[in-house]
Ligand binder design. Structure first.
Ligand SMILES: [Zn+2]
Length: 134
């Protein structure tokens, strides 16, 4: 299921959605803060454009909201183990902590999920590089 050719492979390995070989980001590590927002312009293997149109990743914001919810609720659940009452400020603290810890991963995964919604795997793409928007 997580092999090459599956969407999950491309999403979690941060690979090109078309050929599943080229990296999406300059720094393709999920938890690293170094240059985490630096995305490549196109796939170095099949030439797929990673930003086919301006503003392509606005929609990825909604994916990142969803991805932020998981770690935040996880931290709140942990706090509930040690405290009888969760205050608003504790909840805000959990949100900030989740963002600080997981921002690079949330940023990269939401873009990776977003581009994978629109571009499908093409097993022949790596052999026939060609600049394509979609
Ligand atoms: Zn590619």
């Amino acid at each position: 299921m997580l092999g090459k050719g599956s969407k999950l492979y491309s999403v979690f390995r941060l690979k090109c959605p078309r050929c599943h070989e080229g990296n999406l980001f300059e720094n393709n590590s999920l938890l690293s803060w170094s240059n985490f927002s630096q995305m490549k312009d196109q796939c170095p293997v099949c030439q797929q454009l990673y930003e086919p149109e301006p503003g392509y990743y606005y929609g990825a914001m909604f994916v990142s909201y969803a991805l932020t919810t998981g770690p935040t609720l996880g931290i709140v659940a942990l706090m509930m183990l040690f405290s009888d009452e969760i205050t608003t400020w504790m909840f805000v603290g959990a949100l900030v902590l989740a963002l600080v810890l997981f921002l690079p991963a949330i940023f990269k995964l939401s873009r990776s999920i977003w581009i994978n919604i629109f571009i499908s795997y093409d097993p022949t793409a790596a052999a026939t590089p060609q600049a394509r928007g979609h």
